[in-house]
Design a protein around this ligand. Structure first.
Ligand code: ADP
Length: 278
């Protein structure tokens, strides 16, 4: 897709240092950044860790607890879980993706100190369409960090589970095709449907049309999603700005790099969006 889009814009792939845009999914070395000429633009792969602990009145961040080998966050996590009425947690191994190794538990106390995991409160009453849970993948382009300039792409994906959602009970916590909406997991299920209108993977525009048809307030929903995206990026802004200024102190006009981020957002039954992951 990147190749096709680049060609469409009249760019040619270069094999030497004579480049104008450098696209990478991995970390860029400091040397390479320092060597950048003024007309060169780079897609950074800066990863930000976000730790949102508070649920404000308009809270949209899954109350996130990161369990690392550090005693501090482990203690915080247990202090937090013991005060919650609803104690369903979703635990994701650190450094994993595509839903691998994820489990849902009513017993967070069983998570042992030293296990590297990201544990979040499980959003147990998701918004359902035809009885299925889904999440949204939203693409965000950041073209400048000072001033912060954010673009939200209007198209994206809604990814559906392939087993009808039954209120979470201890008995079905292991049914990953009911609780997880990852394509990598659900594509193997015999109920996976390839169709943009009724299928297991739909365009966001199709989802929007469905919402409007069923009289849901999509303007409010998208204003809330904008809010999540902005607040998330503001939380990373000080670090981002600092790194940018140290790397590109000579770069006075325009912006030296850009980043495309994928926001995974889940809607609860009141249509409130929750951020799962960036
Ligand atoms: P991965 O990076 O492995 O895909 P995700 O954080 O995207 O992990 O989680 C996988 C899936 O699990 C999500 O697509 C979503 O369907 C479900 N999920 C993740 N976090 C939560 C949560 N806090 N509450 C409810 N469902 C969740």
């Amino acid at each position: 897709t990147v190749r096709r889009a680049a060609q469409h814009c009249g760019l040619k792939e270069a094999e030497n240092e004579e480049w104008t845009v450098y696209w990478t999914d991995s970390t860029v070395t400091l040397d390479r950044l320092m060597e950048m000429k003024r007309f060169q633009v780079n897609k950074t792969a800066a990863q930000q860790e976000l730790l949102g602990k508070e649920e404000s009145s308009e809270g949209c961040f899954s109350q996130l607890a990161i369990v690392t080998p550090s005693l501090h966050s482990y203690g915080d996590f247990h202090a937090y879980t013991s005060t919650r009425k609803t104690r369903t947690f979703i635990c994701k191994p650190d450094n994993s993706c595509q839903g691998r190794g994820i489990f849902i538990t009513h017993h967070p106390e069983e998570i042992k100190h030293g296990e590297r995991m990201i544990c979040q409160q499980y959003i147990s009453e998701p918004f359902l369409i035809d009885g299925f849970k889904f999440d949204m993948r939203i693409y965000v382009l950041v073209t400048s960090c000072d001033p912060l300039r954010i673009f939200l792409y209007k198209e994206g994906l809604a990814r559906f589970a392939t087993m009808r959602y039954i209120d979470h009970s201890t008995r079905n916590l292991g049914d990953i095709c009911m609780h997880l909406t990852n394509y990598a997991i659900n594509k193997h299920n015999e109920n996976f449907i390839t169709d943009d209108t009724v299928g297991s993977k739909r365009k966001l525009s199709t989802l929007n049309a469905w919402m409007a048809e069923h009289s849901y307030d999509t303007s409010k929903l998208w204003a809330d999603i904008d809010d999540i995206v902005i607040k998330t990026l503001i939380s990373a802004h000080p670090v981002l700005k600092h790194h940018y200024q140290s790397c590109f102190s000579n770069y006075t006009t325009g912006c030296a790099c850009f980043e495309i981020l994928g926001f995974d957002i889940l809607l609860d039954r009141r249509l409130k969006p929750w951020l799962l992951e960036v």
